[in-house]
Design a binder for this molecule. Structure first.
Ligand SMILES: C[S@@+](CC[C@H](N)C(=O)[O-])C[C@H]1O[C@@H](n2cnc3c(N)ncnc32)[C@H](O)[C@@H]1O
Length: 264
């Protein structure tokens, strides 16, 4: 987007959805997002590759759940700006009756919600502007209740969003509250930035990026307490059921984002 913002939108501070859109080569970002994105790219030159691999992980996981695991309703929190192959497009390709509720706290996503609401005729989508830090509000939302049947399994996706939540206990409590509302047989698809593969210099830089709280593999594993991880467990996103030979995969250092899927 040039720098002509929709009326009322704060473009002076960096927003994760817009910075991510910049890394993915999209058009929906402003100077503050580009500046922050460039600074992070200087410290971690493969960040654009990591963003693309994260997106591809989300798509592979949703495809697997919709096509092979019989999941026909999804709750996608931390939606991001619409781009190619959003969750409902991937799910509805496997099952045209699939339903998707999207949740994001960036009003810019709302401005693009029409693209997220272009459901197949048999399926349904809706978009709720809410905050992951208020899981009770999300779960009680009339539009969510109208779209999803919580007595049946749901695919909850928290992909590249939990690392914006400060505090391990708080993040764990949020995930636990969301999962406790979902029926047995539901799935959690999660990806999360890490410094597990970083040099000391990279770790020092990552610690001072505002609003980002990277976690270790053990901390990320804690989000799956009580769930059964499906193969291959918690791995760098590019290594999760990649469909290309192992010797062509980017390194864990270059990706620096773990991904995993667990069944409740
Ligand atoms: C890095 S993007 C990931 C988008 C998408 N899940 C993906 O992986 O392609 C993170 C998204 O989470 C959203 N987000 C960040 N903090 C949030 C919060 N507290 N509540 C809801 N959404 C949030 C951002 O606005 C952004 O759209």
């Amino acid at each position: 987007m040039g720098d002509d913002a929709p009326a009322g939108l704060d473009t002076s501070t960096v927003h994760p959805a817009r910075r991510y859109n910049y890394w993915l080569g999209g058009k929906d970002h402003f100077a503050a997002d580009r500046e922050s994105g460039d600074q992070i790219e200087q410290a971690h030159p493969t960040i654009r590759l990591a963003a693309r691999e994260n997106r591809a992980f989300l798509q592979r996981a949703v495809r697997h759940l919709a096509a092979d695991a019989g999941i026909d309703q999804f709750l996608d929190i931390g939606t991001g700006l619409p781009t190619a192959d959003n969750t409902h497009e991937v799910a509805q390709r496997a099952n045209p009756a699939a339903r998707v509720v999207y949740v994001d706290n960036d009003p810019m996503v709302m401005a693009h919600a029409r693209a997220l609401l272009s459901s197949s005729d048999q399926g349904r989508t809706c978009y709720i502007e809410e905050d992951l830090r208020e899981p009770g509000t999300i779960l009680a939302h009339p539009q969510l209740r109208d779209t999803l049947d919580l007595s049946r399994p749901v695919g909850l996706t928290l992909v590249a969003v939990l690392h914006f939540i400060e505090g391990q206990d708080r993040a764990r409590a949020i995930v636990a509250e969301l999962l406790s509302a979902l029926a047995p047989g539901s799935y959690l698809t999660l990806s999360h930035g890490t410094v597990d593969f970083a040099t000391e210099q990279e770790k020092a830089y990552a610690r001072q990026v505002p609003g980002v709280h990277l976690r270790s593999r053990d901390q990320i594993a804690a989000f799956f307490t009580g769930l059964d991880l499906i193969e291959p467990g918690i791995v760098p996103v590019a290594h999760w059921r990649p469909g290309i030979p192992a010797d062509q995969l980017p390194t864990p250092h270059d990706i620096a984002i773990y991904g995993a899927v667990g069944r409740r």
